[in-house]
Design a protein around this ligand. Structure first.
Ligand SMILES: Nc1ncnc2c1ncn2[C@@H]1O[C@H](COP(=O)(O)OP(=O)(O)OP(=O)(O)O)[C@@H](O)[C@H]1O
Ligand SMILES: [Mg+2]
Length: 273
């Protein structure tokens, strides 16, 4: 069964007239991991934010986004807000954007958990502290009292993952969930995502430049170039039997680069473990 079916998604900038995603259609099955790969600027984040209806300013979108049997494209702002977090969770590429800069992390967490689960302060803190420890955030109680700008990008990404663990959404959209992390932490976050999936059966849309992470997690892969899905298939097909020239180029160059990077950094390869 599909948990999400996106049909004829179009995203454009009303101000400049630039069409960012001309016409995308794809789906994801319940409990599966769909990975979106492609070079920088190819429209991966725009696609993710369009699903969540989080694009702001002059960015407009059209098309259907069927989440189970609800068309997210047709929901009021209030209704979509009530689905975000509890049913659809996004781990953002830039952690700073995900949190209100004017309040400490604990306030954001308490408000989110009170809104979706009606948890009181001590319940939400207790659950959150366990989740934060499971993603190896040291001293969670102290982190709750910090403003986002006082934390590193990697810490903010881990907080978003911890929040997802507590919220238990049906779909997690992870846009570069490991960009701000070192090699060991990347490995741990991948393990967390795998566990989230096996423990709660949630579906994952994973955007990553690290094809070794994609290989480890994805069931199916979409390859994007200049806003267009140029190839799609099972992870195995894409990695061993790519048909499109761009995919072949991406797979060979990225895997070689990733391998080199991990060697230079002295990290153990995720796939090698
Ligand atoms: N807020 C914005 N307003 C207007 N155009 C934007 C905005 N954000 C991104 N774009 C444009 O949309 C296109 C796709 O951007 P997007 O952020 O989706 O790329 P991406 O595939 O996620 O890249 P990366 O791998 O670097 O994260 C780019 O051409 C970018 O310039
Ligand atoms: Mg992006």
């Amino acid at each position: 069964m599909n948990i999400l079916k996106v049909s004829n998604l179009r995203v454009w900038d009303e101000l400049t007239g630039q069409v960012i995603v001309p016409n995308s259609s794809f789906h994801i099955k319940q409990g599966n991991c769909l990975s979106i790969v492609g070079e920088s600027g190819s429209g991966k984040s725009m696609t993710c934010r369009a699903i969540m209806r989080l694009n702001r300013g002059s960015i407009r979108q059209s098309g259907d986004i069927l989440f189970r049997d609800v068309n997210l494209a047709e929901l009021s702002d209030k209704k979509i807000r009530s689905l975000r977090g509890k049913h659809l969770c996004m781990i953002m590429q830039h952690g700073m954007r995900a949190f209100d800069p004017s309040c400490v992390i604990g306030v954001h967490i308490r408000e989110t958990l009170a809104q979706h689960y009606g948890l009181n302060r001590s319940e939400s803190e207790a659950r959150m502290i366990i989740a934060m420890e499971s993603v190896r955030l040291k001293d969670p109680a102290q982190i709750m009292n910090k403003y986002p700008h006082q934390l590193s990008g990697g810490m903010l990404q881990r907080i978003m993952i911890a929040l997802a663990i507590v919220l238990k959404p049906d779909l997690i959209i992870a846009d570069e969930p490991t960009t701000a992390l070192d090699a060991i932490s990347q490995y741990e976050v991948v393990e967390q995502l795998l566990e989230l999936r096996s423990r709660m059966g949630c579906a994952i849309i994973l955007v990553s430049h690290d094809l070794r992470i994609v290989q480890k997690l994805a069931d199916e892969v979409l390859v994007m170039k200049a806003g267009v899905i140029v190839e799609r298939g099972t992870a195995q097909d894409i990695f061993s039997n790519a048909r499109h020239e761009y995919t072949k180029y991406l797979v060979s160059s990225k895997l070689a680069l990733n391998k080199h990077f991990h060697k230079v950094m002295g990290g153990t390869g995720i796939v090698d473990r």
